[in-house]
Design a protein around this ligand. Structure first.
Ligand SMILES: NC(=O)c1ccc[n+]([C@@H]2O[C@H](COP(=O)([O-])OP(=O)(O)OC[C@H]3O[C@@H](n4cnc5c(N)ncnc54)[C@H](OP(=O)(O)O)[C@@H]3O)[C@@H](O)[C@H]2O)c1
Length: 244
């Protein structure tokens, strides 16, 4: 079955997915399919892409929420989170899914193994933070959002004790992402121990300053690379369901 796939977002300068799927098509010997980058400066332009006969799309910043009114149906997870990163178009119906949830959950479980984590800090309250919150809720891990916004726990209120009481810290902010590799979330890192786990959704660079600080305290560290691959693979699985 041939695929006409793509990624929508804006801007789409260094996106992972187009080259990932080009490589996948090459590996599987698929030469009748495509995965294109659609850099659209306004979400309404998605209608033209639908009209072109695409069979599936990935959605990235800033459209994961804005795309929802253009869809006919949402998976349970996408509905609950309020964000879509994968669309499947079948018989004209556009169905939205969230595979970030799958990617984050599987990679987090791989990181923490059988460690019992009771409380977590989630840094940032944007789109990716929603998928993270959803997964932590499902896993029964109590969490607090740390944010620049007053309605949450703000960075200035964190102290050594807060860090000691939260053994899992997840960065969902872009701080430390290439080229701003000298940035990191403003935390009292001195509270970290070898019993902590630091998870950074950022995958470029491989080891952000946030993760380096965790590593030097002996904490377990993980970047967003596995999540990125797992969410792409889950999208691929969704696009291939019922098509075999
Ligand atoms: N590995 C993966 O598969 C994967 C998947 C999705 C996203 N990501 C990565 O996750 C990061 C966030 O993506 P997103 O879609 O959630 O972006 P987003 O919706 O823009 O949210 C990012 C959040 O980070 C916080 N933030 C932004 N700039 C900040 C600053 N200068 N200082 C402190 N906090 C700041 C903000 O939260 P507050 O306003 O609450 O402070 C903001 O809501 C990106 O680096 C993205 O590449 C990775």
């Amino acid at each position: 079955m041939s695929h006409k796939l793509g990624l929508i977002g804006y801007p789409l300068s260094h996106s992972f997915s187009p080259s990932y799927f080009a490589e996948k098509f090459a590996q599987l010997g698929i030469n009748d399919s495509e995965y294109l980058a659609y850099s659209i400066d306004e979400i309404g332009k998605i209608n033209k892409i639908f009209e072109s006969g695409v069979t599936g799309l990935n959605v990235t910043i800033p459209y994961k929420e804005l795309v929802i009114p253009f869809l006919d149906e949402l998976s349970e997870e996408a509905e609950e989170i309020g964000a879509v990163n994968t669309i499947k178009i079948e018989n004209g119906r556009k169905v939205g899914y969230n595979t970030d949830v799958f990617g984050f959950k599987a990679s987090l479980l791989d990181q923490i193994g059988d460690a019992r984590i009771e409380r977590a800090l989630v840094l940032g309250s944007g789109g990716a933070s929603k998928a993270v919150k959803f997964v932590l809720g499902k896993l029964g891990i109590d969490f607090k959002i740390v944010s620049r916004k007053e309605q949450y726990l703000t960075y200035g209120k964190l102290n050594r004790e807060t860090i000691q009481n939260h053994k899992l810290i997840i960065n969902t902010t872009p701080l430390g992402m290439y080229p701003n590799v000298d940035n990191c979330p403003d935390l009292p890192y001195e509270g970290l121990t070898k019993h902590h786990f630091l998870y950074d959704l950022v995958y470029n660079p491989e080891k952000t300053l946030f993760l380096k600080k965790g590593e030097s305290a002996g904490a377990g560290i993980k970047n967003g690379n596995d999540m990125l691959i797992l969410q792409a693979e889950k999208s691929w699985e969704i696009w291939n369901e019922y098509l075999k």
